[in-house]
Design a protein around this ligand. Structure first.
Ligand code: GLA
Length: 416
């Protein structure tokens, strides 16, 4: 029940897996007049902390959402058949019709729009030496699109686990899943053309229910950190600001390029090698020909301090002190807003309003420039904080936001 009828909060509930599987199956039958071999699904994610660190060899700490993308899938030709065809449809784009391509024509530069994220995975797995054949797939999803909650990775990873099982690739165990992660990253980077790091795909394929995934991007190693907010009387509120973000545009790439250039300048492979205690020294050595040195210094300071915040956050979780992580979330947001400059007015309003309404900590999550924010709140305060954020958006003249409650859910798997 909303206590403020003028600004009711809109909630985006996750589908029960059986419902998601039924929806995808029904859409597949309508589209292809046939039964799928099965339905595979993969989750979106929110990152607790460790933003813009993954492409710097750093640490991040995502959890999977209960919101998933469902792929009803049917293998249509034997592996490596010359006439193999990929046919795709999306329940989110009913007017777009059926997308179809010879498998041999799926490669960088040849696939536009959302099919790049799906068909691109088949290309990347083939590049990795796996034998893939033709297939039909229909996608349906309750992961909010364009909300910075990894709808792209959810699509890639659902297709990846479907391809793995349908073509007997044997990549189901964690070592195999790391190969699937790599294929999904290549699909996104090379076929879809978005120069993202690997956090989203690692989370969607490798996280565990009830745990946050501590991902070390230096070597892709992971640790599953128990994350049980309910036991602490807390909840994680996600605010989809509806300010659409677009990672394929220049800003994300520009941040990545600046970090890589700074690392080269400092003579390190990645900014991960800059220890917090030598940060001032590193900053003093930076010069940049492409943008003011002061800007590059702030970018580097964000990355180095953010990695240290992940370590402190995980140490608090390990010590059973989840109630104490709020200030780290706040500091992460300030660093992303002021040093890395990837926040947006909607994200700042969401974070400030959530804190004023009693959140223990709040920050933007994901790539930024729009998308979503997260707030750590008392279970009993979820509605009040959401309503306060909705009111602040109305006062600022923004589009109404939408809200989710994030619980650490399960990774990609076969659903039906
Ligand atoms: C996006 C990218 C990730 C990561 C985050 C920022 O979500 O897909 O690889 O870089 O932004 O932390």
């Amino acid at each position: 029940m909303s206590r403020h009828a003028a600004t009711p909060a809109t909630w985006v509930d996750a589908w029960e897996p059986a419902i998601g599987a039924e929806r995808a199956t029904a859409a597949f039958r309508t589209r292809f007049d046939a039964e799928p071999d099965g339905v595979w699904s993969a989750p979106g994610r929110v990152n607790l902390i460790g933003e813009h660190t993954d492409y710097n060899g750093g640490l991040c700490l995502p959890i999977d959402l209960p919101h998933r993308t469902y792929v009803a899938f049917r293998r249509t030709t034997a592996v490596a058949a010359d006439d193999a065809v990929v046919r795709l449809a999306s329940a989110q784009e009913p007017d777009a019709g059926l997308w179809s391509s010879a498998l041999a024509d799926v490669r960088p530069g040849r696939v536009q729009g959302w099919p790049a994220y799906a068909a691109g995975v088949a290309w990347a797995l083939a590049e990795d030496g796996h034998a893939i054949g033709g297939f039909d797939a229909v996608v349906d999803s309750c992961v909010p699109y364009g909300a910075g909650l990894s709808s792209s990775a959810a699509l890639e990873c659902a297709v990846a686990v479907a391809l793995d099982e349908a073509f007997g690739l044997g990549l189901a165990a964690d070592a195999g899943r790391a190969r699937l992660v790599a294929a999904c990253i290549r699909a996104e980077n090379e076929v879809a053309g978005a120069p993202t790091g690997g956090m989203d795909q690692s989370s969607s394929l490798r996280a565990q229910a009830g745990h946050a995934l501590l991902l070390d991007s230096l070597d892709q190693s992971v640790r599953h950190v128990p994350f049980d907010l309910a036991a602490a009387g807390l909840a994680l509120l996600v605010v989809d600001t509806k300010a659409e973000h677009q990672l394929a545009d220049g800003q994300y790439a520009a941040r990545r390029t600046a970090c890589e250039a700074a690392a080269r300048h400092l003579g390190v492979a990645t900014l991960r090698e800059i220890a917090p205690k030598s940060l001032d020294d590193a900053l003093a050595r930076i010069t940049d020909d492409d943008q003011p040195t002061e800007v590059t210094q702030r970018r580097v300071r964000h990355v180095v301090t953010e990695i240290a915040r992940v370590e402190r956050f995980v140490a608090l979780l390990d010590a059973g002190r989840v109630r104490d992580v709020g200030p780290l979330m706040d500091a992460s947001h300030a660093s992303l807003r002021d040093d890395y400059e990837v926040s947006a007015p909607e994200l700042d309003v969401a974070v400030d309003a959530a804190r004023s309404a009693g959140a223990l900590g709040a920050r933007m999550t994901g790539g930024g420039f729009g998308g979503s924010a997260i707030a750590l709140v008392e279970v009993g305060a979820i509605d009040a904080v959401a309503e306060a954020v909705a009111r602040a958006f109305a006062d600022a003249g923004f589009h109404p936001p939408a809200f989710l409650v994030a619980e650490a859910a399960a990774a990609a798997a076969r659903t039906a």
